[in-house]
Structures are given as C-alpha cells and as structure tokens.
Design a protein around this ligand. Structure first.
Ligand SMILES: Cc1ncc(COP(=O)(O)O)c(C=O)c1O
Length: 414
C-alpha cells in the first residue's frame, strides 16, 4: 500500500502527524513494576543471574480442583460471552462468601464479576469519581491507584500514613473537601503488609459517614494474613454497607493471576455503573475463568491455608533476616507477601562504581546491576527511602536474595 506520506515533504509529514495524545494520558504513567520487569528480562538475556523479588504474584500453581473446573468448562463449551456482571452461580457464591467472611449480605444486583480486581477498581472509580472530583489515597499505596483515579478523570489526593503505616485519620479528615468522593484503602496492604485494626477502620467509617463519602476497600489479600492479625472489612460497620465498595479477586488467594478474575460489591447503582464501564470496554469477564472461580469459592479450601502457611514461613525468614541487617528498619509484616523496609540509613553513602547514592531508586539499580537482585524502590509507592520485596518465591531463592541484599547494603565505603 502506498504511504500517504510519500507525497509529502518532511516538514509537511511532521505537520500531518501532529495529532496529540489526550491530556488525560499526561497524568498517567506506565506501571513501574512493568518497566522493571523489562529491565530484568534484558539482564537475563545477557546471561546475568538475576534474583527477582519485584513480582507480586504467588509462585504456586493454581490448585488442581480449580484447573479441572476450567478444563470442564472448556469441554462443556462454556466458552462464550456471559452476562456483563458475571454468571449467576458465581455471583451467588460471592454472596455466600461475603456473608460468611464479612458478615454482610448482598443482593444479586449488588455484586459484579470483573476482569481482575483491577477492572473492579477502575469500574468503581469511574462509577463514583470524574472531572472535578477528588479521591483520597493514603500513601504508601498500590502503584495503580493514583493512575486509575487520573484515568477516571478525577484528582488523586495523596495523604501520608503514620510511620507504622496505620491510617492518619486526622490527615485524611483535613484532606476532605466538597470535591472529595472517596478514600481508597487496602487491607492487608500492598506494599506495606499492614493490616488495619478495627479501631482505625471504625474511625474511618465514622469519617466516611459524617463527611458523606465512599470507601473503596481493596481486600484482595484478605486470606494472606499472619499470626494474630485478623481481616475486618470496613463494609461490616453499621451504616457502611452502601458506602463501601469492596474490591476482591481470585489472583492472590487462589493463585489465579492469569485467569483475570475479580469482583466488586456495593450499592446497586454503583455496581450497575461499574458494569457499564466493563460492558463498554471488555464486554464480560472470561467465561472459563468464571466456572473455575465457582469451584475456587465452593470447593475445598485447604490449598488456601497451605499457601498461606508457606507464605508465613517465608515472612518469618525474610523479616528476621532484614531486621538482622544493622540500619534496616522492617515493621511487622502482618499480611500480603511483601516486605517494605526502610533503607534511609544506606543513603548518602558511597558505593564502588556508583559514587554517592542518594535515593532508593538508584540504590535498587545498584543492587540489581551489581548484586543481581531486583526489588521495587519505595518511590514507586510514594515512599522514598524504602524498598519493597515480594516473598512469593521459594525459600531457596529468598535465602540467596537476602544474602545478596545484605552484602550489597554493607558494601558502602563510609
Ligand atoms: C492491592 C492490589 N489490588 C489489586 C491488584 C490487581 O489484582 P488482579 O490481578 O485481580 O487484577 C493487585 C495486584 O497486584 C494488588 O496488589
């Protein structure tokens, strides 16, 4: 096919291509996790031995009973579009689960199945926030929240959490104004591993009620929780069911990241709007995955506990090792599978071949290039001076990684 540009001078061609991206895109960045993934792949292609602690997905296979349900769905030809909000048996199973785990009863039109928890979050945000609206995000936070808010057309308002990563309710209250539509929380939390206690959740629910805003509660790590810590959904407090948009999914609890399935529960009009967004973008969640997910929720749950207890052993190991490195501060990891530790004591120091390293991003680059360990800089989560590692890797890999981190951190000159 002849190129139209063939008849144009360079200058005319440049002009003809001056159409620009939308202004909304200027407020959205590529996920830093994806960017680091590319760099790790490049180093591996060059033959480098890289230990990768940057990826946020369980290393276990999807449990067999769930895989078999997926295979059955294919063989029985459940391979077509489904209803936009998900198949009825799955929404019924979600309702049962929410009743049992959270103590909250939903109707069928208050639940929608989505393409991963990410689509649930995006649909929920589009449903409640747009041009001129603000959404409060306590930081450190999951990398995607601010960009999703911006994609929805609203303004993300970042509010620092306390030093122990609990919610700073006073700071949240002062950030609320007439434009505020919602606060997003995540418990158990990515990246900090914090599980919010009942008191702070009650405090936030009082605030949401008195200031008339929504809470978007990302509970995707609810089953990956350690020691005495217990998950409490903010939706269970009095007056909060209709004010909370609960986001959850199958990726973490059932090691189903690639099946792309999540769900969202809340007020019927909010869920209806989130489904509209889904219907105009991805049409429906994947049919095969939905049949597999019915088995995930209704079948035996022993694999969930097996994975959780394995994560707990790794948590104990990683936490102890990090705390054993003088200068590293690592708070108790209460849930999820990340350690988020303070490395400020290692900044402003000289490292061979790197000069003085002043920030967490450069420190992570140094540890990747020189010690072959890939970690996420805290800046990606709006917490400079911190580093996040995922312990969704075997004990063998973690032992190697921790010893590399320790050597790399200790190798400064002064
Ligand atoms: C806090 C949090 N929410 C949502 C997601 C997205 O999950 P899904 O794979 O279900 O889209 C992730 C994935 O890393 C996450 O960490």
């Amino acid at each position: 096919m002849e190129k139209v540009s063939a008849k144009l001078t360079d200058e005319e061609y440049e002009k003809s291509m001056s159409t620009t991206l939308s202004t909304r895109m200027a407020a959205v960045k590529m996920s830093p996790t994806t960017a680091l993934f590319g760099k790790v792949e490049e180093l591996r292609r060059k033959g480098e031995d890289i230990v990768s602690l940057n990826v946020g997905e369980p290393d276990f296979p999807t449990p067999d009973n769930i895989k078999e349900a997926g295979i059955r769905a294919i063989n029985e030809n459940f391979t077509k579009y489904t209803t936009g909000n998900g198949i009825a048996p799955l929404r019924e199973a979600i309702i049962e689960k929410m009743k049992k785990d959270n103590g909250v009863t939903y109707e069928m039109n208050e639940v929608a199945v989505t393409v991963g928890a990410k689509q649930a979050l995006f649909g929920a945000l589009c449903a409640v926030a747009g041009e001129g609206d603000e959404v409060i995000i306590p930081i450190p936070c999951y990398v995607s929240y601010p960009d999703m808010v911006a994609l929805a057309g609203a303004k993300p308002v970042l509010v620092k959490r306390k030093d122990d990563f609990s919610l700073d309710l006073e700071a949240i209250e002062s950030a609320i104004n007439e434009h505020t539509k919602a606060v997003i929380i995540c418990t158990p939390d990515n990246p900090t591993g914090k599980v919010y206690g009942e008191d702070e959740l009650k405090g936030l629910s009082d605030l949401a009620i008195s200031r008339d805003i929504f809470v978007i509660s990302d509970e995707i790590y609810e089953k990956i929780i350690y020691g005495e810590n217990r998950h409490k959904s903010i939706s269970a407090f009095e007056g909060m069911k209709d004010r909370t948009i609960v986001v959850n999914g199958f990726s973490k609890t059932y090691s189903m990241t690639g099946w792309r399935l999540g769900y969202v529960c809340g007020r019927a009009d909010v869920i209806g709007a989130a489904v509209k967004v889904q219907s105009q973008t991805t049409t429906t969640p994947p049919s095969i995955s939905q049949y597999a997910a019915v088995e995930a929720l209704c079948g035996p749950q022993d694999s969930v506990e097996l994975m959780r207890s394995e994560f707990e052993k790794r948590r104990d190991f990683v936490q102890e090792k990090l705390r054993g490195i003088p200068g590293v501060i690592c708070h108790e990891i209460q849930g999820a599978f990340y350690a988020f530790f303070d490395i400020r004591a290692f900044l402003g120091k000289e490292y061979e071949g790197y000069g003085i390293i002043d920030d967490d991003t450069r420190l992570c680059e140094y540890l990747l290039e020189k010690y072959g360990v890939a970690m996420m800089p805290g800046s990606a989560y709006f917490a400079p001076g911190f580093v996040r590692i995922s312990f969704a890797s075997s004990m063998e890999v973690l032992k190697k990684a921790l010893s590399r981190i320790e050597s790399g951190l200790k190798a400064h000159k002064c």
